[in-house]
Design a protein around this ligand. Structure first.
Ligand code: AMP
Length: 545
């Protein structure tokens, strides 16, 4: 017997119609490259989005065509987010922090037909153009002047009316694409469907994750070019939250000014952004009025517990730790405290806030070691596997079997985790970053978190370095806060007080900076390469990743 309920397709136009009819007057604010603010509303943005949709059709964009964006976070990018999937085309966000050769590879692999480029990013695109076979390049400019051979976004939008029906699309239609920022091998394309995007927006808005509503004003620092700014642009549209976009200005002072002036309630980004913000707040406590800010979502790499505690104790600000991947749209887990923890002391609560947390609604997790599925005992390590309606089942263009996907339909994440009896997951490492010393595993993430807990340390990364006796030993690289002196003995003492002796890195080295990936995570492959011979095993071939 079948259920007798409507089979309403879950598609992005459903979100657009809701935002238009219920939340038209809610603000959309964007910081332009010249730092001025552009103020708009859902009504205006979706009106322009409708015109963009018509213009793209007029340019010959057909269902299934890939339309790329190379853009910062701003209202025009949001227009593209709604317009492109709503004509059945595929929004392909290009990562502007990648090398032009990688952007060229990705745009070519995805067969992008049209590319929308920020004028300020033209110098970057110019290094790809000619090598990417896009039919049209549309430039988003504030002064109406665009490079020869390109189309002006504003002229295109102005040339249409907003008669666009926002009709439903079949829910399994491809809506968007994003390439993994894999540090090993070529980036791989993940293709999101209308259904997965809509369900993810719903999931992202739930109390377990953000508890989003029309009372919120959201500032996604996390880029719209990386996993759809964690789905927030769509979730905000669905729940009516105002959106504030920082454009290209991501320095702590610019972000703090915007968070305070626009009375932002919720913001999101990777730990490196928040480490900078925390330092700026510590330097000038009380300078910014952040009394409206109810949560800072942090994910992409492990949020150090000292940072979570520092925000709470010194500034009354709350971090919500999330875990996710490009392949999981990205939200997989969130460290939302269970009722049992509400009466616990702050130190215990902080320890749970620093875990990656429990699976989001509609997502399932499990861990696997060589012995099979790991027990949920909080200590046994295994590779995290995940399953859910917004988790990829295959990479774009993949031919043949792929061992990242299990025979029974789970995705193998490559993250090494423990899971406790309540389902709280803790990332111990990327499989490729674990230090394997004398046959035992050492969690580089745990050591980094401890080092970043030292009040003088700004950033710390731990990598595995080949070692004649132990196979691998950990090596730490530490960036001190401005004006603080590096003191190896003090750092060693800190670690010795927290970990078994054999976990403590043989070398702790000072550095001016830690290399970062395009998404602002520590680029450990570069550090490993740099320090490969440090323990005297010079001829070891480079480790993957
Ligand atoms: P990406 O696909 O570029 O977003 O990278 C996904 C990877 O980032 C995951 O597989 C994890 O290794 C890492 N990651 C994401 N969120 C967290 C987190 N909260 N803590 C630790 N690692 C994380």
């Amino acid at each position: 017997m079948h259920g007798l309920m409507m089979d309403v397709p879950l598609s992005i136009p459903l979100i657009a119609r809701r935002a238009l009819t219920l939340y038209g007057s809610r603000p959309i604010v964007s910081r332009r490259p010249d730092r001025s603010l552009h103020r708009s509303t859902y009504h205006e943005v979706l009106g322009r989005s409708a015109r963009l949709a018509r213009a793209l059709r007029r340019l010959g964009v057909k269902p299934g065509d890939r339309v790329a964006t190379l853009a910062w976070n701003h209202a025009r990018h949001l227009e593209a987010y709604f317009a492109i999937p709503s004509i059945g085309a595929v929004l392909h966000t290009l990562n502007l922090r990648l090398h032009p050769d990688d952007i060229t590879y990705i745009a070519t692999h995805a067969e992008d037909q049209v590319v929308l480029v920020d004028k300020v990013l033209w110098p970057l695109w110019e290094q790809c153009t000619g090598r990417v076979a896009a039919r049209h390049v549309v430039v988003m400019s504030d002064d109406g002047i665009v490079p020869p051979g390109t189309l002006d976004y504003e002229t295109l939008v102005a040339g249409e009316d907003d008669g666009f029906a926002w009709d439903d699309l079949p829910e399994q239609t491809a809506a968007a694409m994003c390439y993994t920022s894999g540090t090993t091998g070529r980036p791989k394309g993940v293709v999101y469907s209308h259904r997965s995007m809509t369900l993810h927006a719903l999931g992202a808005g739930m109390v377990h994750v953000t508890g989003l509503s029309e009372r919120d004003t959201v500032l996604p620092v996390v880029p719209m070019f990386h996993v759809n700014a964690w789905g927030l642009p769509y979730a905000c549209g669905m729940f009516g939250a105002a959106q504030v976009f920082p454009g290209p200005h991501l320095d702590p002072a610019s972000l703090l000014g915007l968070l305070a002036d626009e009375r932002v309630t919720l913001t999101a980004g990777v730990p490196t952004i928040w480490l900078g913000i925390l330092q700026a707040l510590d330097a000038e406590p009380g300078r910014y009025d952040l009394s409206r800010l109810r949560a800072m979502l942090v994910g992409g790499s492990a949020a150090p517990s000292a940072m979570i505690r520092g925000f709470r104790q010194r500034h009354g600000l709350h971090v919500l730790h999330l875990w996710g991947m490009t392949e999981t749209s990205p939200i997989g887990t969130a460290a939302f405290l269970s009722p049992a923890l509400l009466d616990a002391d702050e130190t215990t609560q902080d320890a749970y806030r620093a875990k990656q947390g429990r699976a989001a609604p509609l997502v399932e997790i499990r861990g696997r070691s060589a012995q099979g599925l790991i027990p949920w005992d909080g200590t046994t390590m295994g590779e995290l596997e995940v399953r859910g309606a917004w988790v990829a089942r295959q990479y774009y263009g993949a031919d043949g079997p792929d061992d990242r996907f299990t025979a029974d339909g789970w995705f193998r994440t490559g993250d090494i985790v423990t899971i406790d009896h309540e389902g709280n997951m803790t990332i111990q490492d990327r499989a490729k970053d674990l230090v394997k010393s004398g046959g035992e595993w050492i969690s580089s993430v745990a050591l980094e978190g401890a080092l970043m807990g030292h009040p003088d340390v700004a950033e710390a990364a731990v990598v595995a370095v080949p070692h004649a006796k132990w196979d691998e030993r950990p090596l730490a690289v530490v960036v001190m806060k401005p004006g603080r002196t590096f003191d190896e003995a003090a750092l060693r003492g800190l670690l010795e007080g927290m970990f078994a002796k054999w976990w403590v890195p043989d070398a702790i080295l000072p550095a001016d900076a830690i290399p970062k990936t395009s998404a602002g995570k520590f680029l450990k492959s570069a550090l490993r390469e740099q320090h490969r011979a440090h323990y005297g095993v010079a001829d070891e071939s480079a480790r993957g990743g």
